[in-house]
Design a protein around this ligand. Structure first.
Ligand code: FE2
Ligand code: FE2
Length: 299
């Protein structure tokens, strides 16, 4: 209200000041000498007051629009955060559920996520894959989320096979291997729905690649497709190494946990056969952080 009065008054004062100034400078122009002069000045003051009121309403309308836009931006932000959080927690719940069927606990997934994040950040900072990783703005965030689903296909494997303490027979191993394609196909369909709606891939495309190919090996001796080297999606190559590191350094009913040193040695020895040599090189840059996470996130 104060602003309104101030704007109107300043507009009303303009003609008065102008008339007074002219009156001072000119001998002929006297704004308040006759009734006619006073009427003339009064009309100008009134006219300027009307302009002041109109201007005030325009300013008010603009301010209201700005406030409404800010409010809408805040609401969109909050909704986006809400949807992202719901999405993350649902995926976590789903993935953990699948994990509980296995002998692992949910902590395996937490460690995998940390390892994947560390390697992806290192690769995006100093490696041949830097451009590929940094070109995709949300790659690190997406691969961390997608890595949760690498073994989701195990929900379709029977408990007899999944929890069998001894070695699997050839047939049983074939069934076990299918956890990759089962999840891969499911995530492929999910990503296609996203693509049909938004015309681009979501993190589900990464989740599909990881689920399909996290048991492939650099030399082509892995499964399900026997893909070689860079034919294996980078996301799956990263998760493959992190998954193996975590598997060997974790205790199971049938085996003791390896030390970080033993796991490190095995990973370096398998660079170029099981693992992508560039990812192994990145592992050697950040291995201390792997060791720290291994000790921090314990079953
Ligand atoms: Fe797996
Ligand atoms: Fe795993």
């Amino acid at each position: 209200m104060q602003r309104k009065i101030l704007i109107i008054l300043s507009f009303m004062a303009t003609p008065v000041l102008r008339e007074l100034l002219f009156g001072l400078l000119s001998d002929h122009h006297k704004p308040f000498d006759s009734i006619e002069d006073i009427l003339h000045t009064g009309l100008e003051v009134l006219f300027m007051a009307v302009i002041g009121v109109v201007l005030f309403f325009i300013i008010m309308r603009l301010e209201k629009t700005r406030e409404t836009n800010e409010l809408l931006d805040r609401l969109v932000d909050e909704k986006t955060k809400e949807v992202t959080l719901t999405q993350k927690t649902s995926i976590e719940a789903l993935a953990t559920l699948a994990e509980y069927r296995d002998s692992d606990t949910g902590l395996h997934l937490k460690r995998i996520q940390s390892y994947v994040k560390i390697i992806s950040l290192d690769l995006s900072a100093n490696s041949r894959y830097k451009k590929y990783l940094t070109d995709k703005s949300e790659y690190v965030e997406d691969i961390v989320l997608a890595s949760l689903l690498h073994d989701i296909g195990k929900v379709a494997i029977s408990s007899e096979i999944l929890l069998k303490p001894g070695e699997l027979t050839t047939e049983e191993f074939e069934v076990m291997k299918s956890h990759t394609s089962i999840a891969g196909e499911m995530l492929k369909k999910a990503n296609r729905i996203y693509w049909d709606n938004f015309g681009r891939d979501s993190y589900l495309a990464l989740a599909r690649d990881i689920a399909f190919y996290h048991h492939e090996k650099w030399d082509g001796t892995g499964y399900p497709k026997g893909l070689k080297a860079e034919k294996i999606p980078l996301s799956a190559r990263i998760v493959a190494m992190c998954d193996v590191y975590d598997a060997v350094t974790s205790e199971r009913v049938y085996k003791k946990a390896w030390s970080h040193e033993e796991a490190r040695k095995m990973i370096i020895e398998n660079a170029g056969s099981h693992f992508d040599p560039i990812i192994v090189e990145s592992f050697t840059n950040v291995e201390k952080e792997f060791d720290r996470i291994r000790l921090e996130i314990q079953d």
